[in-house]
Design a protein around this ligand. Structure first.
Ligand code: PLP
Length: 404
C-alpha cells in the first residue's frame, strides 16, 4: 500500500513546541520566577452563565426518555441555525437562509475540511504571516508543491505578504488564483479589512472564478463601527465567498466546541452548487454537534447571553488596550489590538523574533509568540494576546517596560 506522501512533506509543527521547550527550560533553571503567558490564542474567562444554564437543562433533557435526542441533523438544529441567521446576520442587514448555515465542531476543522470541495490543481493564495491551518491542510491534500526549508515557503502557493508597508493588508494578486484565504480580524497581526478592501477582493473573486474562504473567528472583537463583521456585508460576496465563524473566541467555547460555516446557495463553481457539495460532504463525514453544546451556543444569543458575552469581550478588549498602550508608551511599534485580541509588536533595534522572544522570557518573564513562526514576513515581530488575566496582563506590561 501507499500512504498519502504529502504528509511526509510537512515540516514539523515547530512553533508552539519550540516555545514550550524554551519556557520549560527557563522554568527548570529558574524555579523561583513566575512567568506570565501572553502567547497562546486561547480564552481564559469561563463560559457565560446563560450558556451553562442552557447546557444543564439540555443535559437533563438527555436523561429522560421523553426528551432524549439521538442523532441530530448533520447541519445543526434549526433552533441554532435560525438564531445565527437572525442575530449574526439579519441584524447586520445580511439576509441568509438557515440552510446556508452549517453548524460544526470548529472553524479549524471546517477550514481544513473545506478543501475536499476543490480540485487539486487550484492555486491557493495565503497571507504571510498566516494561521497555519490553511497552509498545512492544503499541503496534506497535495495542493502545496514542495516545501523549502530555507525560505519556509511552499512552491505551489501564492503568498501575499502582510507587512508594515501595506498596513498588514494583503494585495490583490496580479495573476490568477483560485482559492483565497482571508482572515479578518487577523490572527496573528490583529489587522482588519475595510469595506473598500473587501469589495476589491469580492470583485477579483467574481471576475476570476475564484472562491474566498473568509475566516471571521474574531469578528466579535471589532469595535470600530465602519469595519464589516461579515464578508456578506459586501455586495457580490454571496457568489464568491464561504465564511467561517466560531463560538470559540466570541463566547469561550474553545473547550466546548461549536462553530459554523456559511455556504450561500448562490455560490456555484464548475456548474455545481458549493452549498449542495458541502451539505453532501458533511452528511457523509460528520454526524453533527452534540445537542447539549448546540443549546449552549443558542443561549449565546439570548438576552442574558448577549450581555454576558459582551462583558467577557470587554474584559479582553481592556487587556488589549493595556498591552497596546503600554508597549507603545515604552517606545515600541505596535498594531492590532483595537478590533482584535492580538497585538502585533515590532521588535526593537532590528532584533529577530526569537531573539526578542528570548529577551522577554529571560528578563521580563513574559511569554509571547515569535512572529516568524507564522511565516517569513512575521520575522521581526512578536504576537501578544489579550486573553490573559487582567492583573497579570498589567504586570506583564510593567515588566516589559522596566527592561526596555
Ligand atoms: C481560534 C481560531 C479559529 C477557531 O477555531 P475553532 O476550531 O472554532 O476553535 C479559527 N480561525 C482562526 C484564525 C483562529 O485563530
Amino acid at each position: 500500500m501507499r500512504i498519502n506522501e504529502n504528509f511526509l512533506k510537512l515540516p514539523g509543527s515547530y512553533l508552539f513546541s519550540e516555545i514550550g521547550r524554551r519556557v520549560a527550560a527557563y522554568g527548570a533553571a529558574n524555579p523561583e520566577k513566575s512567568l506570565i503567558k501572553l502567547g497562546i490564542g486561547d480564552v481564559t474567562r469561563p463560559l457565560p452563565a446563560a450558556v451553562l444554564e442552557a447546557m444543564h437543562k439540555a443535559v437533563d433533557e438527555m436523561g429522560r426518555s421523553e426528551t432524549f435526542r439521538g442523532y441530530g441533523p448533520e447541519q445543526g438544529y434549526d433552533f441554532l441555525r435560525e438564531a445565527i441567521v437572525e442575530y449574526d446576520y439579519a441584524r447586520r442587514g445580511v439576509t441568509l437562509d438557515a440552510d446556508e448555515v452549517f453548524v460544526s465542531d470548529g472553524a479549524k476543522s471546517d477550514c481544513g475540511n473545506i478543501v475536499d470541495l476543490f480540485g487539486l490543481d487550484n492555486v491557493v493564495a495565503v497571507c504571510d504571516p498566516v494561521y497555519p491551518v490553511y497552509v498545512d491542510t492544503n499541503a496534506m491534500a497535495g495542493r502545496a508543491g514542495e516545501y523549502n526549508e530555507q525560505t519556509g515557503m511552499w512552491s505551489g502557493y501564492h503568498y501575499m505578504p502582510c507587512t508594515a508597508e501595506n498596513g498588514f493588508s494583503p494585495e490583490i494578486p496580479n495573476c490568477k488564483v483560485d482559492l483565497i484565504y482571508l482572515c479578518f480580524p487577523n490572527n496573528p497581526t490583529g489587522a482588519v479589512a475595510t469595506r473598500e478592501q473587501l469589495k476589491a477582493w469580492v470583485d477579483y473573486a467574481n471576475a476570476n472564478d475564484a472562491v474566498i474562504l473568509f475566516d471571521s473567528a474574531y469578528e466579535a472583537f471589532i469595535t470600530q463601527k465602519e469595519i464589516p463583521h461579515s464578508i456578506y456585508e459586501i455586495e457580490g460576496a454571496k457568489t464568491c465567498a464561504i465564511e467561517f465563524r466560531s463560538f470559540s473566541k466570541t463566547a469561550g467555547f474553545t473547550g466546548t466546541r461549536c462553530a459554523y460555516t456559511v455556504v450561500p446557495k448562490q455560490l456555484r463553481r464548475g456548474g455545481a452548487s458549493l452549498n449542495a457539495m458541502w451539505n453532501r460532504r458533511q452528511c457523509t463525514k460528520f454526524n453533527g454537534v452534540p445537542y447539549v453544546t448546540q443549546r449552549g451556543a443558542e443561549a449565546v444569543y439570548s438576552e442574558a447571553g448577549r450581555k454576558q458575552v459582551k462583558e467577557n469581550l470587554a474584559y479582553y478588549q481592556k487587556n488589549a488596550k493595556v498591552i497596546f498602550d503600554g508597549l507603545k508608551g515604552a517606545g515600541l511599534t505596535v498594531s492590532g489590538g483595537v478590533n482584535s485580541p492580538y497585538i502585533w509588536c515590532k521588535t526593537p533595534n532590528g532584533m529577530g523574533s526569537w531573539e526578542f522572544f528570548d529577551l522577554l522570557l529571560n528578563r521580563a518573564n513574559v511569554v509571547t509568540t515569535p512572529g516568524a513562526g507564522f511565516g517569513p514576513s512575521g520575522e521581526g515581530y512578536i504576537r501578544l494576546t489579550a486573553f490573559g488575566d487582567a492583573a497579570a496582563t498589567e504586570e506583564a506590561v510593567a515588566r516589559i517596560k522596566a527592561i526596555l
